[in-house]
Design a protein around this ligand. Structure first.
Ligand code: SF4
Ligand code: SF4
Length: 307
């Protein structure tokens, strides 16, 4: 089916595909994680998603120091250091060291998929989608960075009748969002902070484009759901909650999904080439999240919690 269609020449760079997801929209879903993100949130749980290119990661705990990798490397990019194995400026991400490492201590993150391959992968769970009312969720990173691929892929998914949810940080030119709207059934839209300066401090970008896109979507897309990752001491204040609640109401929305902060992403930082630093925050306790829920409820915003 559709093999050799010229349209399928458009490729997506994907860093993970999770089957049987239960929190990324209704029913049982397959969540596809697109690589590349315009934001760099200091609390990001998927720091390996940030770059729009494949990258090499190193697991120091399983490395046995055999240096088969150094023998295989054509670019002299393997270091003899207990914590740092890769000389990133020299590495061309050829993957030769990955194939010779018997302990799986070197891995490539990010693989190219064409639309047909990805559809075949997603359709493995079609029976579960049909029984549960599930479907596919586009996540990341930021899927809209790869909107050319989505314009090829989503019509194929829709032709089969699968439910499609987009999880977005909203930081994308409006036309990238607008051109894929016809194929979407649901959008989970993250709003991280209402103060643009604080937003910029913690994500690298102001929030103007994100809020503008939400306003436009609220006018023309019926199934838009706001979400906020709750980060202790950063966006869980009464002032931010009030401001976000007012913004939602101005745009005829009265609900939000709250996502609890977890520090699981911090263990990944030492494995990858990133400037992200650990925040050294504890994962959020249920009672803390309930307090933030109460703040929203005082503002007449209905809350769903994901912890
Ligand atoms: S080949 Fe794998 S186990 Fe051996 S030194 Fe390189 S990273 Fe470590
Ligand atoms: S990916 Fe290629 S260039 Fe980079 S360290 Fe491994 S073998 Fe060397």
């Amino acid at each position: 089916m559709r093999k050799n269609d010229p349209a399928s020449a458009t490729l997506a760079l994907i860093f993970d595909i999770q089957r049987f997801s239960l929190h990324d929209g209704p029913g049982i879903r397959t969540t596809v994680f697109f690589k590349g993100c315009p934001l760099a949130c200091s609390w990001c749980q998927n720091p390996e998603s940030h770059k729009l290119s494949s990258e090499l990661i190193f697991y120091k705990d399983s490395c046995i120091g055999c240096f088969q990798c150094r023998e295989a490397c054509p670019d002299d990019a393997i270091l003899d250091h207990p914590l740092v194995r890769i000389d990133y400026p020299k590495c061309s991400v050829c993957g030769k060291c990955v194939s010779v490492c018997n302990t799986d201590s070197l891995r490539l993150v990010g693989r190219e998929w064409n639309a047909d391959e990805l559809l075949d992968e997603v359709l493995k769970d079609r029976d579960y989608f049909e029984e549960s009312g599930g479907g596919i969720t586009l996540s990341g990173g930021e899927p809209l960075l790869q909107s050319d691929f989505l314009k090829t892929f989503l019509p194929l998914v829709k032709e089969i009748g699968l439910h499609i949810n987009l999880e977005t940080c909203g930081m994308a030119a409006w036309n990238r969002m607008e051109e894929i709207l016809p194929w979407l059934d649901l959008i989970f839209y993250d709003i991280k902070h209402m103060d643009s300066e604080i937003h910029k401090k913690h994500t690298g970008c102001g929030n103007e484009m994100i809020l503008d896109n939400f306003v436009r979507l609220a006018k023309r897309f019926g199934n838009l759901q706001a979400r906020m990752p709750v980060i202790p001491g950063i966006n869980d204040t009464q002032g931010n909650v009030r401001s976000l609640a007012a913004f939602l109401k101005e745009n005829n929305h009265d609900s939000i999904h709250l996502l609890a902060y977890h520090n699981m992403g911090e263990a990944k930082l030492e494995r990858i080439n990133t400037r992200q630093k650990p925040m050294n925050l504890k994962s959020m306790k249920a009672e803390h999240l309930l307090k933030v829920k109460e703040l929203f409820e005082k503002e007449k915003i209905h809350v769903v919690i994901y912890d």
